[in-house]
Design a protein around this ligand. Structure first.
Ligand code: ZN
Length: 235
């Protein structure tokens, strides 16, 4: 379901079994932006259908918050320019290009897919041969600001505990931040690893931004005033 945050900001529900992340939607006077591409073409298409059902304009662009499968495997279904950091581009480019159920088992056996992801991927993909890896069209090194029409949006690569390529998306006029998974721990093999120093850097940066609500891709929206309490066990 697509949830309304404000007249110009919407976000989809997150999934548990399929690990579908929240996808964001930010609208300006001229253009609309989708935040993250979804974990499959089916997920991306569902989001576009929900945008249409609400009578909202189709997104003109999509931005990726990081390279993980659940945020990028829907990109091949999106007929629009996509933004990502250079590092996200490189990391997606390293993903296996060929997929089917036998290859999925092989990638798992070789240790290329974390057990946590294996479970969710198997739920999302009864047939892995539908996966087509697509690369972003426009890259930036550290940050990029776009204007959707009286609606500036900043894409900022930011040190964070979850992944080295994490980008946060800040819509200053709407007073919202899309965090991707950046406040989460790092998943390495079967383990979730804390990086208190990196989390502190991320938190300190977020404190400098003027916003009311942030959206983590796998949780309910969080008010700025509650962010520290929500994160404090991970510092
Ligand atoms: Zn992630």
């Amino acid at each position: 379901m697509l949830n309304k945050y404000s007249d110009n900001v919407y976000y989809s529900d997150y999934g548990l079994y399929d690990d579908r992340p929240i996808l964001g939607y930010i609208k300006g006077d001229k253009y609309a932006l989708m935040v993250d591409a979804g974990n499959s073409e089916a997920h991306a298409r569902q989001f576009l259908a929900e945008v249409e059902e609400k009578g909202l304009p189709k997104p003109d662009f999509v931005v990726l918050t990081h390279y993980h499968w659940d945020h990028t495997f829907g990109l091949s279904a999106l007929d629009m320019p996509s933004f990502a950091s250079e590092e996200t581009y490189e990391l997606i480019n390293r993903a296996p290009k060929e997929w089917n159920n036998d290859l999925f088992r092989k990638y798992c056996e070789e240790g290329n897919i974390e057990p946590f992801c294996q479970e969710h991927m198997a739920y999302e993909y009864p047939d892995f041969s539908v996966i087509r890896i697509a690369l972003p069209t426009i890259t930036f090194k550290e940050e990029l600001k776009i204007d959707l029409g009286n609606q500036p949006v900043l894409f900022k690569k930011q040190i964070n505990p979850h992944s080295t390529d994490g980008v946060i998306v800040y819509a200053e006029k709407e007073r919202v931040v899309f965090l991707g998974d950046s406040t989460s721990l790092e998943l390495k093999g079967p383990d979730w690893i804390k990086h208190p120093d990196k989390l502190q850097k991320l938190y300190d940066y977020l404190e400098t931004l003027d916003y009311d609500t942030c959206f983590h891709c796998h949780f309910d929206p969080i008010k700025k005033a509650n962010l520290y309490d929500w994160l404090k066990d991970n510092f």
